[in-house]
Design a protein around this ligand. Structure first.
Ligand code: G4P
Length: 533
């Protein structure tokens, strides 16, 4: 029991529970195999009987994480949820992230709630654009990164060349834990670099069940695999010479990245990844608050909202706020304080959600994710706490790059329209920008990726019963400005100033040349980039 008979959390229990939590997300470019890996991890942890060797793409069976109709139609993963399972007495929290680049803002928010990231790389493609973007966010937040080279069963790049690429593009020294035996496309298995043993790669039927793993000592491996094994050993020795061996301190400090080789679709390397997460990924630890002061894990309950989501599926037409627990014990029904309003918040309906499945959660510890149902007062970045106040750092809002004017199609539905817009703004589905000139009937919505508009439109129709029209505006750049600059900017051609609901004033420009022109003409204007932090 985490709570003593007097009702006060037991600090030793909380510390022990926090120490056995591993909370991470997978970062990758679309198609690298994230959904496949997620399924395979869940299969290994035995939370799902059979991995969806087929996914929600083009007629294949849907994976657990693909549920929104749009996701299924488009074959992409839009919404994020969390998957929790136990493995080797460790509680693994895998936070799902949307695969499509248009929803990268959601991914950035999820990354604010993890302690570690798995960077999944397609062996044939190396480090792709979206992976690099997400890598930068992880680096900025000092999130340790484990690299998984996926699809080794298919012809791809050379393993050493991939290591060079990781080093050159990320600045992290790759420290492979396993090394492939056989080139990509001729996957025989992996050499465990620390133990010198060989784990043989065995195909299973479509990867739908856990692959049997056979481990051989070096002599037996050499006899069985011949040159492929001796080459792997030689390459591993080259890595030794370069000091590319795992060092826990350097990994946690973000100087190195442990690497392993896998074939997610055939379930190979997945078991090793789970072991690695248990053995070296950081546990849930004290999180710094807004002032940099760490909140110890055994302090009274605290957490922050990293995602708000609604309308996920017709059976659950409600709104969920996902909280990352930072300290103490979360107990369903507890009344906590909402830091930004100072008001009490009752947590009567708390759930763990992954895909379509929801489970009531009664208790959660640091590192865990809890979905609070119908939490309409909560916004992304909000802190909740018990007894001792804490405010966690804000989650930055991104600079929108696409802008549309949104209007209700049917003026008699204006009330629904307004409610819908407000809701989408709260959730951060799109950013809502207003000005006196445009009025409330036709606000501007801004997005990082245009597909966010499709989600917004779909939800306005299906959830809020407020069909709307969207009209593109010719802006592609936003800069933060101040009230003093508004009158000067208003006189400029094709520039518009709008206010966002967080109070920021945004000046919109058609492109960077127009911005440069205005800056040249008015060097005193405040026009700051909206940075990601
Ligand atoms: P994502 O979530 O990162 O976007 O990728 P997803 O898991 O959907 O995988 C993208 C494609 O890559 C899928 O093929 C999937 O089967 C394949 N894949 C994933 N891991 C591996 C692997 O280790 N080896 C190989 N050879 N393929 C892998 P698809 O063409 O979209 O569909 P399918 O018809 O092949 O299933």
């Amino acid at each position: 029991m985490a709570v003593t008979s007097a009702g006060t959390p037991n600090p030793a229990t909380i510390r022990r529970e926090a120490a056995r939590r591993r909370t991470f997300a997978v970062i990758s470019h679309p198609d690298a195999g994230k959904s496949t890996l997620t399924e395979a991890l869940a299969l290994h942890a035995r939370v799902i009987g059979q991995a969806g060797a087929t996914h929600g793409k083009g007629g294949r069976r849907a994976t657990v994480s693909d549920w929104m109709k749009m996701e299924q139609d488009r074959g992409i993963s839009i919404s994020s949820a969390a998957l929790q399972f136990e493995y080797r007495d460790t509680v693994i929290n895998l936070l799902d992230t949307p695969g499509h680049a248009d929803f990268s803002e959601d991914t950035y928010r999820v990354l604010s709630a993890v302690d570690c990231a798995v960077m999944l790389v397609d062996a044939a493609k190396g480090l792709e654009v979206q992976t690099m973007k997400l890598f930068e966010v992880c680096r900025h937040r000092n999130i340790p990164i484990i690299t998984v080279i996926n699809k080794w069963d298919r012809p791809g790049l050379d393993a050493l060349a991939l290591m060079d690429e990781v080093f050159e593009r990320t600045g992290l020294t790759p420290t492979p834990l396993t090394w492939p035996v056989g080139q990509s496309g001729d996957f025989r298995g992996v050499l465990d670099r620390a133990g010198g043993t060989f784990t043989r790669f065995t195909r299973t039927d479509g990867g739908a069940t856990i692959a049997g793993e056979e481990t051989l000592d070096a002599a037996a491996a050499e006899a069985a695999e011949g040159e492929a094994f001796t080459n792997a050993v030689e390459e591993s020795e080259l890595l030794d010479l370069e000091d590319q061996n795992h060092d826990q301190e350097a990994f946690l400090a973000g100087r190195t990245t442990p690497v392993m080789f896998a074939s997610a679709v055939l379930n190979f390397g997945v078991h090793k990844l789970l072991d690695t997460l248990v053995d070296i990924a950081p546990a849930a630890e004290a999180r710094p608050d807004r002032d940099g002061e760490p909140r110890p894990v055994d302090a009274p309950f605290s957490g922050f909202v990293f995602k708000v989501q609604a309308g996920m599926d017709t059976n659950h037409r409600d709104r969920l706020a996902y909280i990352r627990v930072c300290s103490g014990v979360f107990e369903r029904g507890m009344v906590v304080t909402h830091a930004s309003t100072g008001k009490p918040f009752a947590t009567k309906y708390a759930q763990q959600v992954f895909g379509r499945d929801r489970e009531v959660v009664d208790e959660a510890f640091p590192g865990d994710v809890v979905g609070l149902v119908n939490a309409s007062a909560l916004r992304v970045g909000d802190s909740l706490y018990l007894d001792k106040k804490v405010v966690f750092p804000e989650i930055p809002t991104f600079s929108p790059e696409h802008f549309m004017v949104i209007r209700a199609k049917d003026s008699s539905k204006y009330k629904q329209f307004r409610r819908g817009i407000q809701q989408l703004d709260h959730e951060g589905v799109v950013q809502v920008l207003r000005s006196d000139l445009r009025g409330d009937q036709a606000p501007v919505v801004g997005a990082v990726g245009p597909m966010q508009f499709e989600v917004a439109e779909d939800r306005m129709v299906n959830e809020f019963n407020a069909p709307c029209t969207l009209e593109r505006l010719n802006y592609s750049l936003a800069r933060r400005t101040t009230p003093e600059c508004v009158s000067t900017l208003a006189r400029e051609r094709s520039v518009e100033v709008l206010s966002r609901s967080d109070g920021e004033l945004l000046a919109l420009f058609s492109d960077r040349w127009r911005l440069a022109g205005v800056e040249r003409e008015h060097p005193d204007l405040v026009l700051e980039p909206l940075v990601v932090s």
